[in-house]
Design a protein around this ligand. Structure first.
Ligand code: ADP
Ligand code: MG
Length: 547
């Protein structure tokens, strides 16, 4: 009996509740976490397969994206959810590398289980993992190359590497160029502001028709057909006030007793609208984007003034337009003046029924993505978002590493070399950590239909021979310097993947007592086939409602 078994305190629990302790608790958690990691592993890398996820209402998502897969899977298991958080942290902090982070977390737990079986205390394992994680991050920084933020060729390679294997891949050269241009346009003094890049998806054409616009796109119609659809020298008013009749007081019924009274009431309303339109014309605006509604009668007056007006513009579009035309959103029309207007041009694209709004000195751009169907553009958008993140990171952080698992192999090698300096059983954990990093080359090779052991052996010996950047390029199937073959990633992705995977694994390993209000071993949720016993979450079908 290990020293983990302590005196059991008396606990009073309901009849349905269940308690699992010590090794059983760890097994349960490790199995649940591993099931999640296994489920996304097959998507890793350029040759990874896509997943088709179907919700209970029949919505379909087809994706190769780790975080999307995990979010769409209906997972109802607290441990599994911790692994999903790894993906979410990775997505928030680095924007890419989610599958890698989850796969490493799963493998850390897998290797930890072997150590637990050899009676290594969980605390020694978590300490060793923590130490290894710090060492790994130092090594990543040491191995990384510094990047000139204006090196467009390299930035395009970073973009292409992250798009490889995604829906964006078929047009990756053209799309990578758009991504790099977009990032450069929103970079001011080395700082990238991704909020100034708007992504707009349109179905109907192909991905190669995607374009980058210096400005915004508004997917709305003019409120009145006799309004101009395009305005070259636009004076744009962004308005957050309805051009409608103001209700005097809520719930007041107006009782009208004779026709004259009705007429004067209507006149009064008309007057109010005329006044609002006049306030607009007095600012000198010839284009109004209104976040709220515009009354029919006001539409008519605005059209007569030759003003282009659009109503019910989305709030996100409004705030983006402030950066495009350089004007504030006006909340009170009565106090609006010429100083509140922005300059630029508005043109109507009649094939897509979109307004293109360009600003005189816009620092905001729109990537207009096109694809034949919703599923195609959705996956394209996920790929482009990742690419934007990695390019932005490379520009602002200025460090890149060689992909195709070159970095993982090199870090693993260095960790093994320094493991000797770590005392006691923690050393075993550092070695187990190094082994876990080598899951990446094994999976990349396996997913590409190559022999994972042969590839690993070849990679290891290249690194032993001093080839720091030797990785697997799956396009050629060769072990090569992936920096030279253009498989390049930001260093920060890898550092983040290591730290979020370690945190999750350690969190799970520290649990030695699960007290559940419900039954751990049966499927209480009444879901489909799932819940095959404590920790028995085999495959995706089994994930609904175990625990
Ligand atoms: P993640 O969600 O972790 O980003 P991906 O499916 O995007 O997962 O795969 C990323 C991995 O694919 C990285 O390890 C990256 O180096 C690798 N990769 C990308 N392009 C290539 C390539 N041409 N050859 C080998 N590996 C590649
Ligand atoms: Mg990726």
């Amino acid at each position: 009996m290990s020293d983990r078994m302590q005196d059991q305190p008396m606990v009073v629990m309901s009849e349905d509740s269940q308690r699992v302790k010590d090794k059983d608790a760890q097994d349960h958690n490790i199995n649940a976490a591993r099931a999640v990691a296994d489920a996304v592993r097959s998507t890793l890398g350029p040759k990874g397969m896509d997943k088709m996820l179907v919700t209970d209402t029949g919505d379909v998502t087809i994706t190769n994206d780790g975080v999307t897969t995990l979010q769409e899977m209906d997972i109802d298991n607290p441990t599994a959810e911790m692994i999903i958080e790894v993906a979410e942290t990775q997505e928030d902090e680095a924007g890419d590398g989610t599958t890698t982070a989850v796969a490493i977390a799963g493998e850390l737990l897998n290797n930890a289980e072997d150590l637990l079986d050899q009676d290594v205390h969980p605390t020694a394992i978590t300490k060793g993992f923590q130490r290894a994680s710090e060492m790994a991050r130092e090594e990543i920084d040491d191995i990384a190359r510094s990047v000139d933020p204006s090196d467009e060729d390299l930035l395009r390679q970073v973009a292409e590497t992250s798009m490889t294997g995604k829906g964006a891949e078929l047009n990756k050269e053209a799309l990578a160029a758009l991504v790099v241009n977009a990032v450069q346009q929103v970079t001011v003094d080395g700082t990238v502001d991704l909020d100034h890049i708007n992504i707009e998806s349109q179905t109907g054409r192909t991905a190669s028709d995607s374009e980058l616009l210096t400005g915004g796109v508004i997917d709305d119609d003019p409120v009145h057909e006799s309004m101009p659809a395009s305005v070259d020298d636009a004076h744009v008013l962004l308005l957050d006030e309805a051009i409608e009749i103001e209700e005097t007081e809520a719930d007041t019924d107006v009782s009208v007793t004779d026709p004259d009274q009705l007429q004067s009431f209507l006149d009064q309303e008309e007057q109010q609208l005329k006044e609002k339109v006049q306030q607009i014309t007095e600012t000198g605006a010839n284009v109004v984007f209104c976040q709220n509604g515009i009354d029919d009668m006001a539409q008519h007056y605005l059209a007569k003034e030759g003003i282009l007006a659009v109503e019910s513009v989305k709030q996100s579009d409004m705030s983006f337009l402030t950066d495009v035309v350089g004007a504030p959103i006006v909340a009170d029309l009565a106090s609006a003046s010429e100083a509140d207007l922005g300059g630029g041009s508005v043109s109507r694209n009649t094939t897509d029924d979109l307004f293109y709004v360009e600003g005189d000195n816009a620092h905001a751009v729109t990537l207009l993505l096109r694809g034949s169907t919703d599923h195609v553009v959705d996956e394209l958008e996920r790929g482009i978002t990742d690419a934007l993140d990695v390019v932005a990171q490379t520009v602002s952080d200025g460090r890149a590493v060689a992909g195709g698992s070159a970095i993982e192999i090199e870090v693993a090698r260095r960790l093994r070399d320094s493991a000797e300096s770590v005392s006691g059983r923690e050393q075993l954990a550092v070695e187990a950590f190094a082994d876990a990093l080598e899951l990446v080359p094994r999976v990349l090779a396996g997913n590409a239909g190559l022999d994972s052991i042969d590839t690993l052996v070849e990679l290891r010996s290249a690194h032993e021979a001093g080839e720091t950047h030797a990785g697997l390029d799956v396009e050629s199937g060769e072990v090569t310097n992936t920096f030279e073959s253009g498989v390049v990633e930001p260093a920060h992705i890898k550092e983040q993947a290591v730290s979020s995977a370690t945190e999750a694994a350690n969190l799970i390993l520290q649990i030695d007592d699960i007290i559940s209000a419900g039954d751990l071993s049966t499927d209480k949720g009444g879901d489909e086939a799932g819940g095959s016993g404590a920790g028995g979450m085999g495959g995706m079908g089994g994930m609904g409602g175990a625990m």
